[in-house]
Ligand binder design. Sequence first.
Ligand code: SF4
Length: 199
Amino acid sequence: MSELTELRERAAACTACELHAVGTQTVFGQGSQRAAIVLAGEQPGDNEDVEGEPFVGPAGKLLDRALLRAGVSREDAYVTNVVKHFRFKRQGKRRIHQTPGVEHVRACLPWLQAELDAIEPQLLVTLGATAAKSLLGTSFRLTHHRGELLECSAVPGVPLLATVHPSAVLRAPEDRRDEMLDGLVADLELAGRTAAARK
Ligand code: SF4
């Protein structure tokens, strides 16, 4: 059994925070243990919670398109989330996303660190402000530092690049969506070049 498979099985039984009783299941990362780039978002969404896989909903499909345009193959990318259960509130039949709290991030971070230890990627890419702040501190401003190669004490020796979450591109006003997608693609291109140069 690979290290990641073993971690996935252990995480499936995790009860380290209250979210284990809220979501359908733990949504662990997906991808090769030899991936050069780990991409970490905030938490699974509605589709991911049901299917048990990260980035399978609309945001995941947009991320796939952006990776393709950036020339990063899926074999080179491992996708995961900082928090591995879906946090939401009910509104009728709908389940509305809620940003995970600091306590959820803190409880779940050891799983991301274990994924990074197992994969030893060349680069970590955070998607969205919550994922970036969970590793770089709450004072981190994505608007000021996106697309920069950063050092992070939580993942020593692995450069971190923070970019937007694909769901932010989907939520953007229609007249800004193309520009935001181009920005995400540019950041992923930099990620691909950086990872290749470090191999
Ligand atoms: S969100 Fe993370 S820490 Fe909380 S129960 Fe799920 S896997 Fe465990």
